[in-house]
Design a protein around this ligand. Sequence first.
Ligand code: WTA
Length: 632
Amino acid sequence: MTHQIKSLAEYKSAYKKSVDNPEEFWAEQAETFTWKEKWSSVLNWNFDEPNIKWFEGAKLNITENCLDRHIEDRGDQTAILWEPNEIDGEVKKYTYKELLSEVCRCANGLKALGIGKGDRVVFYMPMVPELAIGVLACARIGAVHSVVFAGFSAQALADRINDATAKAVICSDFNKRGVKNIPVKQVVDDALDKGCPSIDFVLVHKNTGDQIKIDSKIDKWWHEECDEQSEVCEPELMDAEDMLFILYTSGSTGKPKGVVHTCGGYMVYSCYTFKNVFQYEDGDIYWCTADIGWITGHSYIVYGPLLAGATTVMFEGVPTFPDAGRFWQICEKHKVNQFYTAPTAIRALMAKGDDIPAKYDLSSIKMLGSVGEPINEEAWHWYDKHIGKGKAPIIDTWWQTETGGIMITPLPGITDTKPTYASYPMPGIQTLLMDADGNEVRGNNVEGLLCVKFPWPSILRTTYGDHERCKQTYFSTFDGMYFTGDGARRDEEGRIRVIGRVDDVINVSGHRMGTAEVENAINEHHNVIESAVVGYPHDIKGQGIYAYVIVDEEGVSKENLSNEIKAVVTKEIGPIAKPDKIQVVHGLPKTRSGKIMRRILRKIASGDTSGLGDTSTLLNPDIVDSIKAGAI
Ligand code: WTA
């Protein structure tokens, strides 16, 4: 089993070794897994192309490590504990043995339908066990999964299917979420109507049983294709550097890009970080509230926990249904030991009052994790006091879709914690701060741009179908370094606090959103001539979306404009990208070369109209006063 750090001295020595002798360090971790063939070299890399290869020559299947190798020791232990949307609904438990059987059945079903190694399969599913089963089934047969968060629109889904040239979509009929019943299959139908020529079939899981339209030419039922299949499926032999999955994420320009992770390195790092960051012990019940549509769900609901032989809770519903006590009710009911959620959820629940968590017995909780966005001090203290009762360390984990696993974090009971600080790099993670001129910012009590100068096993390998974009986005800002896109500060004692994005990416309720993406969606409205989107501080969401729009005055009904724009954005991307504030303007502040001065727009959106700096060099300086006057 993967090594677990147990003391500060061990953390320090692991860190030192990982820097002094990274290949030996990671080879030792990798030795703890089942490989069909060992690697010929641990690491080959350059950050220029970039070209990064871990455990080259090794052969494995990640599902054998998630499932088969646990059967002997913990075959009857619960692997996935599923809590339904309805508070009185039936909890489902899959032991490791049962999960292996289900995964094999699904894998055989997919094979029979013509899916093979290297084929891309898109998932558009709610948080039901079949999502985890399907993802693992793909990995079993070497197909590449690409999970699309089921809150995205048909257009966004079609874009991702086409970018990945996926052969199949796996979805559910409907999705019960809070009081809603969402027509999931209908969204897939709408996406395919937009034209997805690579799709051979849609595999539909009967979830709620509500009526759906079935097209006998392309729609297949999961239960018909998979249930009768054999529960034995030999794992496909994969190269360590074969693709495991693609996950789309937003960047500062253009369409979302498909971040590519590969089998070997991702396996080693997701398991290593899971064991260490959560200090998981046999018998613990671990719960991460993320959705499998995001990287957190991939690494810390599915792969990390299963690789480590843990019991991982999967929750179908929302934190506020039937009331704002649901998370705490689930923690009490299943005696959750490690709880991992996002600051936006903490803030939303904090706003409902301290008396709600006080009703539940939360004494099983040993540590509390936070992920996805900076956690503000107030939320940190509330989480500590009202959920952890001052006894469960707050583990603020910083990482990204591109990093595959947790990068900077305290370790519970091992390193200290400090509100708003992700604190210390994991072993193997060589972070540094840079200034805008490309010089390293040394010493403590400083700020800079967060970079990593050495590869770790689960660093992204490419962006699907466009390697140049990967290079430009992450490896070109600073020579020989991976640039995260985040700004950070280092305190007097070397702890790191990640402040937020320094590019045109905003973080709304822990969801990454490119401002350009939202602008493109808004511009689809027939009356919109131009738009500019920025983030602004929002009490619950962390950042809200503020849109400045220029419209042609004719034919615009002011009352409806805002609703119409929100509807267009919902159609193009999904409700998560809906602007919170929309201000109609007559122009946007632009430089003489035509670049929008977002700095000014961000300041105005944040309610701070003082000290906008020198605006005299703008093409249209007068516009600033009128935007200020109309600010919402
Ligand atoms: C932000 C989520 C501060 C950051 C795992 C990063 C954070 C982006 C933290 C990645 C944290 C994530 N403190 N900021 N603990 N965790 N972020 O790809 O801006 O959805 O670049 O991955 O979220 O978001 P992503």
